[in-house]
Design a protein around this ligand. Structure first.
Ligand SMILES: C/C(=C\CNc1ncnc2c1ncn2[C@@H]1O[C@H](COP(=O)(O)O)[C@@H](O)[C@H]1O)CO
Length: 275
C-alpha cells in the first residue's frame, strides 16, 4: 500500500512547534502565531512561517520532493481558502473603517507612539473602526487610541518566524498565515488608509494601496501620510523622478496626501466619507 511520501525530518513542513509549559504571558517573547493559533515555544525557537513554505523553491528534478510539493500545495490551497472565509466571516459587520499602517518598532511613551494613539482616538471619536496589523509599535498605539475612544479596534496579525504577539488593545483579533490574504482584508474593509512613519512593511503596504487606487481597483480611497518631514523626501522623489521620467502619470503622486497631524488626517477622511 502506498501511504504517500514518508515524513522527512529535514522538511520544514513537517516541523511542529512544541508547547512550552508554564504560566502564559503573551509578551514574554516565546509566543509564535501559527495560523489562527498562538503557540508558546522554547525561547529562540524559529517557527517556519507558512508564507515561506508556500514560496519555497523545490527542485522539480527531485521526484520525491516534487511529489511532496504537489500534495502539500493542494492542501495549502484549502488552508488559504479557509483563511479567506474566516476573515470574511469575522469582518463582515465592520461598517466605516480606516486601516492604519506604521512601524512595529515605535516604543510606548515616545512622541511617535502618542501621535499614533491620538490618531486612533480621533478616528474612533468620528465613528470609524480602526484596522491595523495588530502588532506592537504604531499598530499598538493606534489600536490603543481607538480602544480608549470606545471604537472597534481590529488587529490583523501575521505569522512571523520570530517574537510575535498581538497587542492588548483589540476588540477583534485575527491571525493570518498568508500576507496576501491579510492584505485583502486591510483593503476590503476600509474606506481609507493612513500611513505613519515606518520601514519596509509600511512601505510595502503603502505602495500596494497606491497601486490599487492608481489602477482603480478601489475607488474614492484617501491615502494619507502623517509626518511631512518623514514622507516629504519620498514624495519629492516620486514626483521628481518617477513622474518626471514618465514612470507614473501626472496626478498619480497626488493620490498621496501628506499632513503633519492626526487631526488633519482625520479631517481628510471625514470629508471624503461625507462626499
Ligand atoms: C519587528 C517587531 C515586531 C513584528 N510584528 C509585527 N506584527 C504585526 N504586523 C507587523 C509586524 N511587523 C511588521 N508588520 C506589518 O508591517 C507594518 C510595519 O512594518 P515596518 O517594517 O515596521 O514598517 C505594519 O503596518 C504591519 O502590518 C518588533 O518587535
Amino acid at each position: 500500500m502506498n501511504d504517500g511520501p514518508a515524513p522527512d525530518a529535514t522538511d520544514p513542513d513537517s516541523q511542529v512547534p512544541t508547547w512550552r509549559s508554564g504560566t502564559p504571558d503573551p509578551t514574554d517573547g516565546c509566543v509564535r502565531n501559527v495560523g489562527a493559533a498562538q503557540v508558546r515555544v522554547e525561547e529562540g525557537t524559529e517557527v517556519v512561517p507558512s508564507d515561506r513554505l508556500l514560496l519555497e523553491w523545490i527542485d522539480p528534478r527531485d521526484p520525491r520532493r516534487s511529489e511532496q510539493r504537489m500534495i502539500r500545495d493542494s492542501w495549502r490551497v484549502q488552508r488559504i481558502q479557509s483563511e479567506f472565509v474566516s476573515g470574511f466571516d469575522a469582518l463582515e459587520n465592520v461598517a466605516e473603517a480606516v486601516t492604519v499602517f506604521g512601524s512595529a518598532r515605535v516604543r510606548p511613551g515616545t512622541p511617535e507612539y502618542e501621535i499614533a494613539r491620538e490618531l486612533g482616538r480621533l478616528l474612533g471619536h468620528e465613528g470609524f473602526a480602526v484596522i491595523t496589523g495588530g502588532g506592537p509599535g504604531a499598530m499598538e498605539a493606534t489600536n490603543r487610541g481607538a480602544y480608549e475612544a470606545g471604537a472597534e479596534s481590529i488587529g490583523l496579525n501575521i505569522e512571523l518566524p520570530f517574537e510575535q504577539h498581538s497587542n492588548p488593545w483589540l476588540t477583534l483579533s485575527m491571525n493570518f498565515r498568508y500576507f496576501f490574504v491579510r492584505k485583502t482584508m486591510f483593503v476590503k474593509y476600509a474606506q481609507a488608509f493612513v500611513c505613519l512613519p515606518g520601514g519596509f512593511g509600511t512601505l510595502d503596504e503603502l505602495f500596494e494601496a497606491l497601486t490599487l487606487v492608481q489602477t482603480k481597483k478601489v475607488l474614492r480611497f484617501p491615502i494619507v501620510l502623517i509626518g511631512a518631514e518623514f514622507w516629504g523626501p519620498l514624495v519629492d522623489w516620486l514626483r521628481g523622478t518617477l513622474e518626471a521620467e514618465g514612470k507614473v502619470s501626472p496626478g498619480d503622486v497626488d493620490l498621496l496626501q501628506v499632513v503633519d497631524t492626526p487631526a488633519e488626517a482625520v479631517e481628510i477622511i471625514v470629508r471624503a466619507a461625507r462626499s
